[in-house]
Design a binder for this molecule. Structure first.
Ligand SMILES: [Zn+2]
Length: 375
């Protein structure tokens, strides 16, 4: 009996911890190269060191600001990992997005500087092909690389022809994310060399939207110093983070919403969605690190009951609503959060919450002020 009791206590103590592990969005951050593979060599620093540093800074920014996003790194230390294993990590963890971080090099033209973001495809210029060759040649350091990569020769232009025939279902989202990254780099005063395509092996094997970022040219003295500096690394990580935030708010949800709403075209539903979306749009444009709700305001607080969260937009007649009508929603961190009821009277909303907890046992009350969700 006592043993059963203590087991129960342990289980109860574990429950919140297990719950906290349930994340809604999984991001894999891949710091290029590592270990015996230094990547491009600079005169002050090697590429692998810059990549890892920016990758960890990016991951920290995301983890600090988003409770529901799980960040997985392909490496957190200076170690060697094969390109296919990097993709496997992302595939195994069922990631929603893959970001590979690299630094560029061009020995012949050391004056060249700037950022580029690659998506998978056939290189449209020799310059882009050279990037793919350099990044893919990391496989030459892997054991049995001929077998693993089906005799793909990273240095032969012919082996890249296959990328012209490849279909990638995640192309659109990858382009959208890549464009946001370049926009953000430009905003951070980096030279924007644009979104490009190339036959990058690490992107070929990943089954989700993905990009490969070239932070800058290690062969350019000024840019190398910038990428080596803590300040430079912080700014680069911040720029990618800002683009990531835009992506999950603007595109990640919308993609899913577009597929879902096409199944249930309902005008009434649409107008409702628009009105409920407005406050969340305002909330999402404010940086999450600040707390606008703490500011004094004469406007009333509106209480709602959150009943469930979904990655995808649910149709109005979804079974998940258990027959409840007039379910509203707001978007947060790339998720649809469904609410029931709306009142400025906390007592009445508390009573409603208690009632519906028999159907939605995890229902809880949230508050909005000036259209922004309060902490
Ligand atoms: Zn690289």
């Amino acid at each position: 009996m006592l043993r059963h009791m203590s087991l129960m206590v342990i289980l109860l103590l574990l429950l919140p911890a297990l719950r906290a592990e349930e994340k809604d969005f999984i991001l894999v951050i891949d710091a290029g190269h590592g270990g015996k593979d230094p990547g491009a060599r600079g005169s002050l620093i090697n590429e692998k060191v810059i990549n890892l540093s920016v990758a960890l800074k990016l991951g920290n920014l995301i983890s600090e600001n988003h409770d529901n996003i799980k960040v997985i790194y392909t490496r957190k230390t200076d170690r060697f990992i094969g390109l296919d294993e990097r993709a496997n990590i992302a595939n195994r963890s069922k990631a929603d997005l893959f970001i590979s971080i690299h630094a560029n090099a061009i020995e012949k033209a050391r004056h060249i500087s700037g950022t580029e973001t690659f998506i998978l495809g056939l290189a449209s210029s020799d310059e882009n092909l050279e990037v793919a060759k350099r990044e893919n040649s990391a496989i030459l350091l892997e054991e049995n690389y001929q077998q693993k990569y089906e005799n793909f020769d990273p240095n032969s232009s012919e082996s890249y022809i296959i990328f012209g025939f490849m279909q990638n279902g995640h192309m659109e989202q990858s382009i959208q994310f890549a464009s946001e990254i370049q926009k953000s780099f430009k905003g951070a005063k980096r030279n924007d060399r644009g979104v490009k395509q190339a036959g990058l092996l690490v992107l070929r094997k990943t089954g989700m939207p993905g990009v490969l970022i070239e932070l800058g040219f290690i062969t350019n003295g000024e840019e190398e110093r910038y990428m080596k500096s803590v300040d430079g690394q912080n700014k680069l990580a911040k720029a990618i983070y800002e683009a990531f935030r835009v992506y999950i708010h603007k595109y990640y949800v919308k993609q899913n919403a577009a597929t879902d709403s096409s199944k249930t075209p309902s005008k009434k539903n649409e107008t409702k969605a628009e009105t409920t979306r407005k406050p969340s749009a305002a909330a999402s444009s404010a940086p999450e690190t600040t707390s606008p709700a703490a500011e004094p305001s004469k406007k009333a607080v509106i209480y709602k009951i959150q009943i469930l969260t979904s990655k995808k937009k649910l149709p109005a007649n979804s079974r998940q609503f258990k027959g409840y009508k007039n379910v509203g929603f707001y978007e947060e961190n790339g998720l649809y959060k469904y609410t029931y009821g709306e009142s400025s009277d906390l007592a009445s909303i508390k009573a409603t919450c208690k009632k519906i907890q028999k159907d939605f046992k995890d229902a809880f009350i949230i508050a909005f002020k000036d259209g922004k969700k309060m902490k």
